[in-house]
Write a protein that binds this ligand. Structure first.
Ligand code: FAD
Ligand code: SF4
Ligand code: SF4
Ligand code: SF4
Length: 476
């Protein structure tokens, strides 16, 4: 019987956490980049003695669900304005790291290397903290970090490790209990393909050297409308996450690792001591658009360090709960999401496609010409809005500001809404659209299920970006 992790890889369940590579005593595992652009272990069966150690530790095989219980949930922020503005959310990671470094400990986190690859590194000094700060929307190369962390602990050092929930679970499986180890994980949307990112950088910078990559720049328009900021040797690229094609495709879940669509680690309770995320939808009185963290405390050890930061006035917290923290952030509690239709096709063709071709065919990020066309259509044709949820309301408000020629009606797939009134207009079934002449109306889709609705409209004979547009992408 095969006792290796091969089945995990064959079943597309591998997270790329690299723990198997760290634990194999026979040098039989190495890590490669898969054809889709994710880290994956490969076994050299000439060296493998089928001892089963890799599978025994693999976090996919070992469910530690009962390891912790959620103790407390907070909306939190660093009291240091500069730290907060440099961080993706409320800067809680940096405050935790500063505390560990003050206690002469070691902090593991991610940084870009000279080839723009994201790697886990360890630091022992505050001057290096800026390298780790900020979310990087890529899969990191853990390399031998788990082994290194174990060696530091064996030498009596304090260690803090931050990573995605699969990486945190891997480390917990490897080092089940050690008072000197603090594990912090993130709320995790999933990791996008390193290959897609490489093509994107080439598209933006061609051969220009890239000096810095910031995925979550708050300087332009604050925490909620964050910008990607790429600093080249000669030029600079900045774009809102709502318009940048790489982030647009990432947030549409188009090129995530396969396991991220069915993530077994995005749930409560977590195996880490502390979980950090964005507190999207935090109470208005706490929201200054500079970033608020969601902090979930999962162990007494986690509570102790958070209490210490509160006592020493390093952070401010407001008690909250999982329901509030996950309302606009499903990955806090739920690892499941639909795989977009384009994903398989995109990866099938990835070798032959430039990033621009990928954008045109699959990502379909908002384009200036289409926005101009949509604005003109709204001002010259009667419009219909497809979608009557919160998206419909917001899009309706925005297009009113542009100046509508005539608003006809709303449509919605929810049969229960048929005939009811929304924003002063009647809601119809989508079939109503067929009663209008196609070139006499302009449809604005205002739903987070754009892909499904777009297919539905195409099947009804409407043309994307001609007869209808994605209202959420273009107008919010
Ligand atoms: C791929 C990814 C997806 C995410 N998805 C969500 C989400 O859906 N909802 C949500 O609320 N929050 C998500 N987050 C977390 C969020 O973006 C912030 O990182 C988190 O709130 C911590 O913010 P902070 O201000 O405390 O610290 P920051 O200064 O932002 O520090 C973040 C820390 O995380 C580490 N880190 C950054 N990128 C990676 C990476 N790719 N792999 C491993 N470790 C990394 C860094 O080393 C740094 O130490 C995600 C983060 C990543 C990396
Ligand atoms: S230990 Fe991690 S990298 Fe290895 S097979 Fe399991 S999930 Fe994949
Ligand atoms: S079964 Fe043992 S020898 Fe073979 S790859 Fe796994 S850990 Fe290495
Ligand atoms: S979504 Fe799950 S499997 Fe994917 S990177 Fe995040 S924690 Fe790992």
């Amino acid at each position: 019987m095969d006792k290796t992790i091969q089945k995990i890889v064959d079943d597309n369940k591998c997270t790329g956490c690299q723990l198997c590579y760290n634990v194999c005593d026979f040098d039989a595992i190495h890590i490669e980049l898969s054809s889709e652009g994710f880290y994956v272990p490969r076994i050299n069966f000439d060296k493998c003695i089928n001892c089963g150690k890799c599978l025994k530790y693999c976090p996919i095989e070992n469910d530690l669900s009962d390891y912790n219980e959620t103790i407390n949930v907070y909306a939190a922020k660093s009291n240091d304005e500069e730290t907060r503005m440099k961080s993706s959310s409320g800067g809680i990671f940096s405050e935790l790291a500063k505390e560990i470094l003050k206690q002469q400990g070691i902090v593991f986190g991610t940084a870009f290397n000279e080839n723009n690859r994201l790697v886990h590194i360890d630091i022992d000094s505050k001057k290096d903290l800026k390298k780790l700060c900020g979310s990087k929307y890529l899969q990191s190369d853990i390399n031998l970090s788990y082994k290194k962390a174990k060696n530091y602990l064996a030498d009596g050092e304090k260690v803090m490790f931050i990573g995605t929930p699969c990486q945190a679970s891997a480390l917990r499986n490897y080092i089940i209990d050690n008072d000197n180890l603090l594990i912090v994980d993130l709320v995790c949307h999933g990791v996008p393909s390193i290959k897609v990112f490489g093509k994107y950088l080439k598209y933006i910078f061609e051969d220009e050297k890239i000096k810095n990559i910031y995925f979550r720049d708050k300087q332009e328009e604050g925490w909620k409308n964050y910008y990607i900021n790429l600093v080249g040797e000669e030029s600079n690229y900045k774009k809102s996450h709502r318009k940048d094609p790489f982030l647009y495709g990432f947030l549409k879940n188009l090129y995530l690792n396969k396991i991220c669509y069915d993530c077994p680690f995005s749930k409560i309770p977590r195996v880490s001591d502390i979980t950090l995320g964005d507190f999207w939808g935090v109470n208005q009185e706490l929201d200054d658009n500079k970033g608020t963290s969601l902090v979930i405390v999962n162990s007494n050890k986690g509570q102790e360090i958070i209490d210490n930061l509160i006592l020493n006035r390093k952070i401010s917290v407001n008690p909250s709960d999982i329901i509030s923290g996950s309302k606009q952030n499903p990955r806090v509690i739920d690892g499941n999401m639909n795989i977009p239709k384009g994903r398989e096709k995109l990866f099938k063709e990835i070798e032959n496609l430039t990033f621009k071709e990928m954008d045109n065919l699959f990502i379909k990020s908002p384009k200036k010409e289409i926005l101009q066309y949509a604005v003109k259509s709204i001002q010259t044709k009667p419009i219909v809005i497809f979608g009557t949820g919160s998206g419909g309301l917001k899009v309706f408000d925005e297009v009113k500001k542009i100046g509508i020629k005539e608003f006809k009606y709303f449509v919605d797939n929810d049969e229960k809404k048929e005939g009811t009134i929304f924003c002063g207009k009647k809601i119809y079934k989508p079939e109503k659209l067929l009663l209008d002449k196609k070139d006499k109306i302009f449809i604005i889709v205002a739903s987070f299920y754009y892909d499904e609705i777009s297919n539905q409209l195409i099947n009804m004979g409407f043309r994307e970006d001609v007869d209808f547009v994605d209202g959420i992408s273009y107008f919010l």
